[in-house]
Design a protein around this ligand. Structure first.
Ligand code: 3HC
Length: 675
């Protein structure tokens, strides 16, 4: 018996070539060798008049095998195999189900006909890995779907439905679900004698400079900082200008540049990091999970409402509890308004809105949570109040119910100790707005049971979150690393930097906003002592003058009615005043010093988090920063970036400013390696 993932079966004069390479039929070496052999078999056999290429399992080829990237190529390579399919002298029909992605769709484009079930999705997501479709996709796709659609598909990377693909001519025939092979065989029968065989590379395409220019302009903001979108656009443009073979050469050169650049390495790192994050060290992947059919949420404020929406959208019933009727009604109203806004944008149907709202039970009594399988507390950050709530929950919740706190800083073990069942307690730290942000820090207490942790990690996937396990420490992973950044940013103001300069350095680095822009957005007054006469910091002075951030039209910046920021002369005065009062000499601060003191310090804190075992692995820290704070994905997260920047350089930079270096970071620097 052969262990090749490719098997063949002759049905009449059609050869059915089936790939079975779980989980996603990636086009690894074994698949390519098998496909090549199948072509040889079909070529040698005069009794074969056409070939149907189909996949077993969940999906058609979901792309090249990403784990092979960066390693020496194994023949036959995809860029040779696809032209061989296209040049084949008997018709080849690709039969698509699941996802035809990247090299998978490129293989289908090399085939002469494409059949798909309506539920299939087709796309070239390479741009999300910092790449471009490098097996002829940028040259063949525009010849089939046109310039505009090809730009959308390559430079943004989102897949399209088979129905859309059918409309655009990318799919020749739609098959009924379950009848893919039969439809492909029928088509093979119909076309087996047709000559010339239609080959995409032989189609012509006209230049469309206006469309390309408009697309570049429209998406300039979205593509800021990324190399790959521009390269994808350039390749599509080349398809409209160059003969096919030259276009392929152009594509190859651009692909290689991206493949060996740091951005793609970072983006591929994050692809695997995101998937690894869901795995819990030391817990068997087949551990029995607790069923979660009903969720309780305590608090109908911004956080509680957002958390609730995640579950409703996933079809899970929620009971939401508030203390006062007015607050409850307001909270439920906001949830409805958010859903209706999505419906207005065409993202949801009215039925979907009503279905979600129908799963919601508002209540004024904690007693109504007695039938919930998971209860999430989302009230304000105060240990005494949280302990009181958990004490009550202990008496109300059914045995085995999971009790979670949405705290962003507080000690989950202390909260758990206020119940008689600390094994059922953990932290579920959502990020605001909780219905939008993808990150969920799942905080594992000292006594949290394995099945409780595993249940919540699995549930996170169901509500479309990227979850990371964190240990109990102040601020967990994300907010803990934010602290040294904030402290240094504030010190830098005193020493002579401006909020604009510090924010600019962060935005140029690729962050969506800098520390002071973030402060203005979140509210400068968060955590303020609320005493306008007690002014001990620049922040206190701002708060005392009602400069609470965007919501007040003033914070570290001045804002107009449309919330456009401008540098504030008043803030400059406040800073100046503080500086002179503390006898701090003003000096020129370089952008590099800002990087050293606000970004290198984050790496240092991340290393301490790893040393203390508060994160399972460095890539988890990266996932937190990418999905929770908008760290530029093309820099791969702070720990991956440390490797790009060079750990020796980081240590040197930190030492210059007198920081204590984490032993783990020092060790990495000594060996000149990343995390
Ligand atoms: N190569 C290698 N492994 C892959 C892979 C690929 N292309 N795609 C997925 N996998 C692995 C995942 O790492 C994961 O492994 P794990 O179980 O060990 O963690 C496993 O397959 C299952 O993946 P998911 O958890 O993502 O499964 P889902 O069912 O949620 O999603 C999917 C399936 C939509 C196919 C998703 O995996 C996906 O988007 N894959 C990447 C598709 C892609 O980017 N293709 C382009 C590749 S680049 C290319 O083709 C270059 C060419 O132009 C030359």
């Amino acid at each position: 018996m052969s262990d090749s993932p490719i098997s063949t079966e002759k049905r009449g004069d059609i050869l059915i070539v089936t790939s079975n390479n779980p989980p996603v039929n990636a086009l690894g070496a074994g698949v390519r060798v098998g496909l090549d052999a199948a072509l040889t078999q079909a070529s040698a056999d005069d009794g074969i008049k056409a070939v149907v290429l189909i996949c077993a399992g969940q999906t058609f080829f979901a792309g090249a095998d990403i784990t092979e990237f960066g390693k020496p190529p194994v023949e036959p390579i995809l860029t040779d195999l696809i032209p061989k399919i296209e040049a084949f002298d008997k018709p080849v029909i690709a039969a698509i189900h699941g996802t035809a992605l990247g090299g998978g769709l490129e293989t289908a484009l090399g085939a002469h006909y494409r059949v798909a079930v309506p539920s299939a999705k087709l796309g070239v997501p390479e741009v999300k890995l910092g790449l471009l479709p490098g097996a002829g996709g940028t040259q063949r796709l525009p010849r089939v779907v046109g310039v505009k659609a090809a730009l959308e598909m390559t430079a943004k990377g989102d897949p399209i439905s088979a129905t859309q693909a059918h409309k655009w001519g990318l799919v020749d025939e739609l098959a009924e679900e379950g009848a893919l092979l039969d439809t492909a065989l029928a088509l093979a029968e119909k076309v087996k004698a047709i000559r010339p065989i239609p080959r995409v590379s032989e189609r012509t395409i006209s230049p469309d400079d206006a469309a390309i220019e408009a697309f570049r302009k429209e998406n300039a903001r979205k593509f800021r900082g990324f190399d790959a979108p521009a390269a994808n656009i350039a390749c599509v443009e080349a398809a409209t200008r160059l003969p096919f073979a030259e276009g392929i050469d152009f594509e190859r050169t651009e692909f290689m540049k991206l493949m060996f650049g740091s951005q793609s390495a970072a983006q591929r790192h994050i692809f695997f990091a995101e998937r690894k994050a869901s795995k819990i060290d030391g817990i068997a992947s087949d551990i029995a999970l607790r069923p979660i059919a009903k969720v309780g949420v305590i608090g109908a404020g911004t956080m509680g409402g957002g958390i609730t929406m995640n579950f409703l959208s996933a079809g899970i019933a929620v009971t939401i509890v508030e203390q006062a009727e007015e607050a409850l009604n307001r909270g439920v109203g906001v949830i409805r308004k958010n859903y209706e806004a999505s419906a207005a944008k065409g993202r949801l149907t009215t039925e979907q809105v009503e279905k979600a709202m129908g799963l919601l039970t508002p209540s004024l009594s904690l007693d109504d949570l007695s039938d919930c399988d998971l209860i999430i507390e989302a009230i304000f950050e105060n240990m005494d109040v949280k302990k009181e709530v958990f004490g009550k929950l202990d008496a109300i919740a059914k045995p085995g119910a999971i009790l979670a706190s949405n705290t962003s800083y507080l000690n989950v073990d202390e909260i758990a100790a206020s119940t008689s069942r600390p094994q059922d307690v953990l932290g579920m730290h959502f990020f605001s707005p909780a219905n939008v942000m993808k990150l969920l820090e799942v905080v594992r207490g000292a006594n949290t049971a394995d099945d409780v942790l595993a249940t919540v990690m699995a549930l996170a996937k169901k509500i479309k979150k990227v979850a990371v396990v964190a240990g109990v420490c102040h601020g967990f992973i994300g907010n803990r690393m934010l602290m040294p950044r904030q402290v240094e940013a504030n010190k830098l103001l005193m020493e002579g930097a401006t909020p604009e300069q510090i924010d600019r350095v962060h935005v140029e680095f690729g962050m969506p906003m800098g520390p002071f822009q973030m402060s203005d957005l979140a509210g400068v007054d968060i955590g303020w002592h609320r005493d306008p006469t007690r002014i001990e910091s620049i922040r206190d002075a701002l708060c005392a003058e009602d400069r609470w951030g965007q919501k007040k039209g003033a914070g570290f910046y001045d804002y107009d009615e449309k919330r456009n920021p401008t540098p504030s002369p008043r803030v400059a005065e406040i800073i100046e005043d503080f500086r002179s009062r503390s006898n701090m000499p003003k000096r020129e601060i370089s952008d590099q010093e800002i990087i050293e003191r606000t970004l290198y310090t984050m790496v240092n804190e991340g290393a301490m988090i790893l040393e203390e075992g508060m994160a399972q692995r460095a890539s988890d820290v990266d996932v937190v920063w990418i999905y929770g704070y908008g760290w530029p994905v093309y820099r791969g997260g702070p720990m991956f970036w440390a490797g790009l920047e060079g750990t020796p350089k980081i240590v040197e930079g930190l030492k210059k400013h007198g920081f204590t270096i984490s032993p783990l970071l020092a060790e990495k620097a000594e060996k000149n390696e990343g995390f």
